[in-house]
Design a protein around this ligand. Structure first.
Ligand SMILES: Cc1cc2nc3c(=O)[nH]c(=O)nc-3n(C[C@H](O)[C@H](O)[C@H](O)COP(=O)(O)O)c2cc1C
Length: 156
């Protein structure tokens, strides 16, 4: 059996709740990806053109990571969870991937959203993880699906 690690970025808690349930379902460790400084509710108001989220997106500038302590090297399979931002993975998730060596590992992608799908996430993240095998997991919106999650993780 492979050693699995859930790595999760969650700005307002929705993805974190799902990712913790996913970690429990597949028997994986859990690591939280945190920006410095953390996002405030004000920072996330994407309807405001001057909000931090929009300024970062326009500049393609991800915030720094709080630490580089994710035990990626001990894992064969990473289950990477994040909210969909601007129809794809947030910039900080790309920065997280660029900050570790994922070569030879499977990275299975999971997301929450307000309705968008995951179609664009592999294109966004693949350049950040050369040598890794990036695969679509599933959206985590809606009901928890531990059996489906376990099946996806076992294939990975
Ligand atoms: C900056 C920003 C951009 C977003 N862009 C999208 C989007 O393109 N499509 C979508 O369906 N939801 C979008 N959302 C909604 C989030 O994906 C959704 O609320 C998610 O579940 C939040 O997860 P979290 O609580 O873990 O941060 C966006 C939210 C924010 C803050």
């Amino acid at each position: 059996m492979s050693n699995k690690l859930v790595c999760c970025f969650s700005a307002s808690g929705v993805t974190e709740k799902k990712a913790r349930a996913l970690a429990k379902a597949v028997g994986a460790g859990y690591y939280s990806i945190n920006p410095v400084p953390p996002y405030t509710p004000e920072d996330l108001k994407w309807t405001n053109p001057l909000a931090r989220c929009n300024r970062e997106w326009l500049k393609k500038s991800a915030p720094p990571l709080s630490d580089l302590d994710a035990p990626v090297k001990d894992a064969d399979e990473i289950l990477l969870c994040f909210p969909i931002w601007y129809y794809t993975a947030p910039l900080i998730v790309k920065r997280f991937m660029e900050s570790y060596d994922f070569s030879g590992k499977t990275v299975l992608l999971f997301a929450t959203s307000g309705g968008s799908d995951m179609k664009r996430v592999i294109k966004t993240l693949a350049p950040a993880a050369p040598g890794a095998s990036l695969k679509l997991g599933c959206m985590l919106n809606g009901e928890d699906a531990p059996d489906r999650w376990r099946a996806l993780a076992e294939q990975g």
